[in-house]
Write a protein that binds this ligand. Structure first.
Ligand code: AMP
Ligand code: GLY
Length: 432
């Protein structure tokens, strides 16, 4: 069977790499892929996946039929939110990834907040505003710290955590008046600021059955010690000791099951990956956000540890037979460190040559996934903010992290940087 993976990030590289190892997987195509995915399969740059139209869906369908592709895996949120899964399914293709109505869980935070409220799913208290003056009046009068969120999709950057009313006022202005995130800021959510450790819980959902993957922890802020603005994710490791079996059961019962049930009550079927971003507060786990796809970078260390046949697993999701699936995991810890372009998450240059990739790839238990890269002859150049995702396995988190950092030290590009402290939140806690 041949598979098409839509997207160009480290997540898609890792998914394609894992799919390629599946018993029945012959060829993997990536649209558009990146400077590393062509080692696993074939990059297809003739398909327009940047917008979802009748024409673009028909072109994907035609390509799939020409190339005997029997499964399309949609990696990123934008095409899901724009209904690509719906269109391809209608054309008769098998698609891994939720339909547009289900993807609204991620694409419209006002919708997901209302759903959580309706189903009594634990989350931060919040209010939604469509009018900047009303939002400003609210934050001016508010005494406790708030978080201001653009309701729409903003590549993980549309959330501003504030310390004071002045910062909250600035945040509302940035989103609603200066339109820093475009129409994603038509509505804002203003919510109470929670404290605690954050974890990412990803679950496969086949419409009815839920299969929870191993828990992971992402690092959203750009700077070491969790400082600076939010990014798409600077590094992640799995499993995290923050979620034991008992807590996982609580999360399953209080969050995952009621989320899928609430959608079903509205006639919406969720198929794909449901990702709950949770804060472990003193009052229990609370949902910060939902995503409707694999987390990036959480996916990369998960794929390195997953022992099952990913193609079979994905087909079970599409066919509604997830109850027959059981997944084994490498018992070691996998840690992923993200190497970024200088300036990210703000402006950055592209087209800078990357050195040291081949040497680093020779290290034991190190896996290099490309994100924002492209090939130019036999050179690899930077082509995005998050450039490379270096995953390493270790007997524990400290060893995995050290290995990943050592590999990063062998790779260089002008201005490039990464966080050396992935996992510190639990390593430091353990040291205390
Ligand atoms: P989100 O995209 O909604 O997950 O938000 C991005 C990041 O902002 C989260 O990973 C948290 O670090 C932070 N954040 C979001 N909501 C809150 C909240 N209510 N309280 C504290 N931090 C938050
Ligand atoms: N790592 C966070 C995300 O994928 O949204």
């Amino acid at each position: 069977m041949n598979v098409l993976v839509i997207g160009s990030g480290g997540r898609e590289h890792a998914l394609g790499w894992k799919l390629k190892q599946s018993k029945n997987c012959k060829r993997v195509f990536f649209a558009p892929g990146n400077g590393g995915t062509d080692r696993v399969g074939t990059n297809v740059t003739t398909l327009d996946v940047s917008q979802v139209t009748t024409k673009s869906a028909e072109a994907i369908d035609y390509f799939c039929r020409q190339n005997k592709i029997e499964l399309v895996v949609i990696g990123p949120e934008d095409p899901l939110a724009n209904g690509l899964a719906d269109r391809l399914t209608k054309l008769g293709l098998k698609v891994f990834g939720p339909n547009q109505a289900a993807a609204a869980l991620e694409a419209d935070k006002a919708f997901s907040k209302a759903l959580m409220r309706g189903a009594a799913i634990p989350t931060a208290e919040s209010r939604t505003f469509e009018n900047a003056d009303a939002a400003l009046a609210y934050v001016e009068a508010h005494e406790t710290p708030v978080v201001v969120k653009a309701a729409g999709l903003a590549k993980g950057k549309g959330v501003i955590v504030t310390d004071s009313a002045d910062e909250a006022i600035d945040a509302v202005k940035q989103i609603m008046v200066d339109r820093a995130f475009g129409e994603a800021g038509d509505k804002v959510i203003i919510e109470e600021r929670l404290t605690g450790q954050e974890v990412s819980i990803l679950a496969l959902v086949d419409g009815r059955n839920i299969y929870v993957l191993e828990p992971s922890q992402d690092h959203k802020q750009v700077g070491e010690g969790d400082t600076g603005p939010n990014t798409g994710g600077m590094g992640a490791y799995t499993p995290t000791p923050l979620v034991d079996d008992k807590l996982m059961q609580v999360i399953d019962r209080q969050v995952l099951v009621p989320t899928i049930d609430a959608l079903r009550r509205d006639g919406v079927e969720f198929k794909g990956v449901l990702y709950a971003g949770l804060m472990l507060t003193p009052g229990g786990p609370k949902v910060l956000e939902y995503n409707c796809r694999f987390g990036d970078p959480e996916c990369q260390p998960l794929m390195v540890r997953m022992k099952g046949d990913l193609l079979e697993i994905m087909l079970a999701v599409v066919d509604g037979t997830l109850d027959k699936v059981d997944i084994d995991w490498d018992r070691r810890v996998a840690c992923c460190v993200v190497m970024c372009s200088g300036g990210y998450p703000g402006d950055y240059e592209k087209g800078i040559e990357i050195n040291g990739l081949d040497e680093a790839a020779k290290l034991d238990d190190v896996f290099i996934f490309h994100a924002g890269t492209k090939k130019s002859g036999d050179k690899v150049l930077t082509n995005g903010g998050r450039v490379l995702n270096i995953v390493a396995l270790g007997k524990d988190l400290a060893e995995a992290r050290d290995r990943a950092n050592a590999a990063c030290d062998m790779i260089s590009f002008e201005g490039g940087f990464f966080r050396r402290d992935i996992g510190d939140r639990v390593l430091k806690k353990a040291a205390k």
